[in-house]
Design a binder for this molecule. Sequence first.
Ligand SMILES: NC(=O)c1ccc[n+]([C@@H]2O[C@H](COP(=O)([O-])OP(=O)(O)OC[C@H]3O[C@@H](n4cnc5c(N)ncnc54)[C@H](OP(=O)(O)O)[C@@H]3O)[C@@H](O)[C@H]2O)c1
Length: 169
Amino acid sequence: MATTITLLWAQDRSGAIGRANTIPWHVPEDMRRFRELTGTHPVVMGRKTWESLPDRFRPLPNRRNVVITRSAALDAAGAEIVHTLDDALELITGPVTVIGGGQIYEVAMTSATHLRVTEIDMLVESADTFAPEIDPYVWDTSDTGEWQTSSTGTRYRFVDYVRHALVRG
Ligand SMILES: NC(=O)c1ccc[n+]([C@@H]2O[C@H](COP(=O)([O-])OP(=O)(O)OC[C@H]3O[C@@H](n4cnc5c(N)ncnc54)[C@H](OP(=O)(O)O)[C@@H]3O)[C@@H](O)[C@H]2O)c1
């Protein structure tokens, strides 16, 4: 069974995370943080996020890739297929990172223990996928990073959250 369940995403100022099954910005520093934080731990994702990964990163290397789908016929070479989030969490021992997308974050918010959010200082036009609401009655901010400027010119910062119950017992 998964121990810590971290949801990891990047969002714009309106909470947008995606458009047309892509991530609508390029911030290599955030990609680097993604690699550092997910490490070799198992990752869980929805079928659409799996399909949005570039071929050369699918499956994400050196870790278990678990894909959630309602389909009985999904062909996802290199991934383990499950049909519910609970099945995914049962499959995994130790820390797990949920890496999207919008539908799966929404489902996973009730079991998540930690959120690691990259705030991207832009407003994406025609976004079609959004991060879940972070309820301040449920989540404490554990770390708010300084605003930084990417090599691509985009401003961003990292904000981490921990579920209240974990810090207050
Ligand atoms: N900015 C970020 O950090 C970030 C991170 C990840 C993804 N994204 C973006 O998010 C978008 C994709 O997100 P999305 O919300 O459209 O899709 P998603 O959450 O990646 O995947 C949705 C799919 O997951 C399966 N699913 C969802 N809920 C389920 C449930 N309760 N039980 C069983 N299966 C379930 C279904 O697959 P089937 O249809 O196969 O049944 C559904 O179509 C893309 O634009 C991607 O680039 C952004």
